[in-house]
Write a protein that binds this ligand. Structure first.
Ligand SMILES: Nc1nc2c(ncn2[C@@H]2O[C@H](COP(=O)(O)OP(=O)(O)OP(=O)(O)O)[C@@H](O)[C@H]2O)c(=O)[nH]1
Ligand SMILES: [Mg+2]
Length: 459
């Protein structure tokens, strides 16, 4: 059991109506009681109740802030321990003073990032995959990503893993019996049984892994690079999609020097947009670095928005970009439709196909709906839709599922080659262990620390 009591500010730092300090541990109620002045004694009130009063320094009796205190006794709390939440005034000073006073109380210390969630895990209220989903809920940037993360935090993935592991345990038990009581014929049957069970488990893992691509996109956004020659309107496109003047737009070619990142939501599809420096040969050393950055953004992007100025003919370096990008996931934007058109549209249509070429005037805000449609058609085409919202998106989970699958693969091959079944047992056990690691069964302390350190303070 964990002994000490932890406290931290759980709301973002800054001006706001209220701020919440969360306190958790055996001594939580006593610690807050010592600095709380109200009509009641916190140690005597029923759990899950809210109380009005003041925080005051027990030594000087000076009042620090007016507060509401919420009491939640374990195990019916976020951490499964006694939790007290103090809602005080927002801003920089009140909340800091209340926290400092709390930390002066015996046995109370500042929580580490993610420590509240870590305690919920260590106290057995949630498993590791659910705890990880809590970060995803906080970081979700689209409605859908948030819903998926909520599902996972409620245990949707854990349930699937437990079912899979249950099947494997049954299989291992079956094999065990045959190792202990080897009989003629039974071995043959066992082999067939192993194969059937392994294939079934592998299919289920594959189905989960198939959601990984879309799960990652929903979680992190489609990394979308806006590229093209200088002055074609790349930054104008970023500003239009972001609906604010995020990047500097001028008529000077070479305005953007650095990669500008902005998260946008296009009809529910999360895009991580990267506006880049216009690609051209240049003697300017700063611009050269910018062009380098453009090229590396281009290399890593899931989606490319390749922008042209429709009022000019295609140029040499643009033809190069076309060759380089036509096999990639690219949408071509012919901008400046408001000006007399010079561009060889036929070349673009031939290389990319009509559904991937969009005509726009960012100056007059034309063609935005067409672009949104093109993005949606790429994103939704041929993608797996997981109807029950169980997605595998966490890199750690993906790698463990892959390991489990390859262990089962080895078991299957071994069974086919009539390797002695106690050898096959080892592979199946490995698969079972890899799956267990996803929900935090038998994982080491250092991994646990690493996972929870990604959390923000106060969570
Ligand atoms: N006529 C017209 N001008 C446009 C349009 N879109 C952008 N512009 C202008 O084109 C110029 C360049 O726009 P930017 O968005 O800065 O272009 P960029 O591609 O980011 O340029 P660099 O950062 O230099 O690579 C600005 O003067 C814009 O106002 C359009 O649809 N029509
Ligand atoms: Mg620019």
């Amino acid at each position: 059991m964990i002994q000490d009591t932890i406290a931290a500010i759980s709301t973002p730092i800054g001006e706001g109506g209220i701020a919440i300090i969360r306190v958790s541990g055996d001594g939580a109620v006593a610690a807050v009681e010592r600095i709380f002045a109200g009509k009641i004694k916190l140690s005597e009130v029923p759990t899950h109740t809210v109380h009005y009063g003041h925080i005051q320094d027990p030594a000087t009796k000076s009042r620090i802030d007016e507060v509401l205190v919420t009491l939640m006794r374990g195990p019916r709390s976020f951490t499964a321990e006694d939790v007290v939440e103090v809602s005080c005034h927002g801003g920089f000073i009140s909340v800091k003073k209340v926290l400092d006073l709390l930390l002066e109380q015996d046995g109370v210390r500042l929580a580490e990032p993610g420590e509240f969630t870590k305690r919920a895990f260590l106290n057995g209220r949630i498993d590791l995959s659910q705890a990880e989903a809590v970060i995803d809920v906080i970081r979700a940037k689209s409605d859908r990503a948030q819903r998926i993360a909520m599902k996972q935090s409620e245990g949707s993935l854990s349930k699937k893993i437990k079912e899979l592991r249950h099947e494997l345990v049954e299989l291992m038990a079956h094999i065990e019996v045959n190792i202990d009581y080897p009989e003629h014929d039974v071995e043959e049957m066992t082999n067939a049984f192993i194969k059937e069970k392994c294939v079934k488990a592998m299919e289920q893992i594959e189905r989960l892994l198939a959601t990984a691509q879309q799960g990652k996109i929903l979680r992190e956004g489609i990394v979308t690079a806006i590229v093209g020659k200088p002055n074609v309107g790349k930054s104008s496109l970023l500003n239009t999609l972001a609906q604010e003047n995020r990047a500097i737009v001028t008529d000077i070619p070479g305005t953007t020097r650095d990669v500008i990142e902005e998260f946008v939501n296009v009809n529910g599809i999360p895009l991580k947009l990267l506006d880049t420096a216009g690609i051209r040969e240049t003697a300017d050393i700063v611009e050269q670095i910018g062009v380098e950055k453009s090229r590396s953004a281009l290399a890593d992007a899931d989606l490319i928005l390749l922008v042209f100025n429709g009022a000019e003919r295609l140029q040499e370096d643009e033809l190069e970009l076309i060759t380089q990008l036509k096999a990639r996931q690219t949408i071509v934007i012919v901008n400046k439709l408001d000006l007399p058109q010079q561009i060889e549209t036929d070349v673009l249509l031939r290389e990319f196909g009509p559904e991937r070429v969009v005509k726009m005037s960012l100056l007059e805000q034309q063609g935005i709906a067409d672009l949104e449609k093109a993005i949606a058609s790429i994103f939704f085409s041929g993608q797996v839709e997981s109807s029950d919202l169980t997605y595998v998106s966490n890199a750690r989970h993906i790698s463990l599922f892959k390991k489990a699958k390859s262990s089962l693969d080895e078991a299957l091959e071994a069974a086919e080659a009539y390797v002695p079944i106690d050898m096959i047992q080892i592979d199946i056990r490995n698969a079972w262990e890899h799956l267990g690691e996803i929900i935090g069964d038998s994982v080491g302390d250092s991994l646990i620390d690493q996972i929870f350190s990604q959390f923000c303070l106060g969570k």
